[in-house]
Design a protein around this ligand. Structure first.
Ligand code: DQA
Length: 148
């Protein structure tokens, strides 16, 4: 098992289990498993182990962030629509002591006005959005650089 400092939690919020099928013109045709696999392959280059969880339930994401405290080195999170209103996820991430990358497949700032607010961004180290599946690789590289 890798030491604590090499475990990264990859979290996905609501509706992202439907990737591949859901609005492919916006989110592409790759499945969630494809994206997680890509993150894992990039992480392996850096000796990083990825733990992943997708949930449609806010409390499960909050609890996963709690469980990562003191155990995971960083969190990469695509919160789905929770991005725009989950202060509970905001607070949980604020209590996590490590890099947090906010990740989106699409560019929410270029879409409907209600997507332009992120309550996660203020507690993220940085955000990667609009690069589709490439974002997973970019997010892992960003985390690896911070853990180096
Ligand atoms: C998303 C963007 C969100 O606005 C949306 O609610 C999602 C997916 C993205 O990856 O582009 O579910 O997080």
């Amino acid at each position: 098992m890798p030491s604590v400092s090499r475990i990264v939690l990859l979290l996905h919020g609501p509706n992202l289990n439907l990737l591949g099928d859901r609005e492919p013109e916006v989110y592409g045709t790759a499945t969630l498993a494809d994206h997680v696999g890509r993150a894992r392959a990039t992480a392996a280059e850096f000796g990083i182990d990825i733990e992943d969880l997708q949930s449609n339930a806010e409390h499960e994401l909050v609890e996963a962030v709690h469980a990562a405290r003191g155990r995971c080195a960083a969190i990469i999170v695509n919160p789905g629509a929770f991005t725009h209103y989950s202060w509970a996820l905001h607070d949980a991430l604020a209590a996590f002591d490590g890099p947090v990358v906010e990740l989106h497949l699409s560019n929410p700032d270029a879409r409907e006005p209600w997507r332009r607010t992120s309550v996660v961004a203020p507690v993220a180290t940085g955000s990667i959005m609009g690069f589709g599946g490439d974002g997973y690789e970019l997010a892992v590289r960003a985390v690896a650089a911070r853990l180096a």
